[in-house]
Design a protein around this ligand. Sequence first.
Ligand SMILES: Cc1cc2nc3c(=O)[nH]c(=O)nc-3n(C[C@H](O)[C@H](O)[C@H](O)COP(=O)(O)OP(=O)(O)OC[C@H]3O[C@@H](n4cnc5c(N)ncnc54)[C@H](O)[C@@H]3O)c2cc1C
Length: 299
Amino acid sequence: MNIERELGQKLKNGVKKNEPMAKHTSWQVGGPADYFLCPADLKELVEIVRYSDKYGLPLYVLGNGTNLLVLDGGIRGLVVNIGPAFCYVNREGSVIKAGAGTPMTYLARSAAEQGLVGLEFAAGIPGSLGGAVIMNAGAFGGHLGDKVLSVKLVSPAAEVITVERDNLLFGYRTSNLPGKGVLVEAALELKQGDEAESLKLVEYFLSERRRRHPDLPSAGSVFRNMPDQPAGRIIEEIGCKGMRIGGAEVSCKHANFIVNTGNATAADIRSLIEAVRQKVREVYNLELQPEVKIIGEES
Ligand SMILES: Cc1cc2nc3c(=O)[nH]c(=O)nc-3n(C[C@H](O)[C@H](O)[C@H](O)COP(=O)(O)OP(=O)(O)OC[C@H]3O[C@@H](n4cnc5c(N)ncnc54)[C@H](O)[C@@H]3O)c2cc1C
């Protein structure tokens, strides 16, 4: 099997071999993907999924890489990046149909500009719509899952299917979509409202993020909040702010963020995650669960 020749020839952007995932994750760490593919359209994506199915090759879907810790040994098999080729926003009444590669801030602003309200909370979430639906991304009391009417997927058998709201389940930073295929489009139900008010809210949420979040590379909140208190508060209380392993540091600005101070490896970040969990275990007998997804192989 020659993936570059057999599959690469059919794709406008070809196939990249041993592509460093550090170039594609917000933490800026992560070893190579065996084969990295950026489909130029739905037809190419279907081709990629069909190929992976035919040869039993693992296929990992990457959005903007803002919720991922890719380990230093990288990812075996194919990584398919749903990016700019899947960026579009169409309106049908109070419903927005957008491509999975659409950046959330762009989408929130675009909805506001069209006088459709309800998505302002998502401004500043640095992920793509696909990643945000899969993760049921949320902020400031809003959750994306609440807005989703239906999603369009390329199933693992390479069929384009639509899943309606009745068959979708969303929980705290989870959905029942992982394993069901590659998300290519979502329909979101919003409400008609005031454009100026909505845009003001978008700008407010963006400024709140600038105020609260560190500037250094991160993956947002590392741990899931506990039912009764935010993980960041627990971590701050036990004095972990500023704790460091290699180039990874628990942010002094927001204790639930681990930042890459410049030369962190995935191993540094993973060790720091474990060190924080251990300290929380010792002091409070609580088990923090990572919100970020840890994928790939150790080096
Ligand atoms: C500074 C910062 C702030 C953040 N703030 C928030 C916040 O306020 N709220 C919040 O919820 N999150 C936040 N995050 C985390 C992250 O942005 C969200 O989880 C986001 O939804 C992830 O989207 P992504 O495109 O980056 O997905 P990725 O990180 O690329 O992938 C996440 C998961 O989704 C899957 N996936 C991605 N795209 C697709 C697709 N098209 N089809 C199928 N599977 C797919 C991946 O396989 C993976 O399992 C923050 C991150 C950073 C760096």
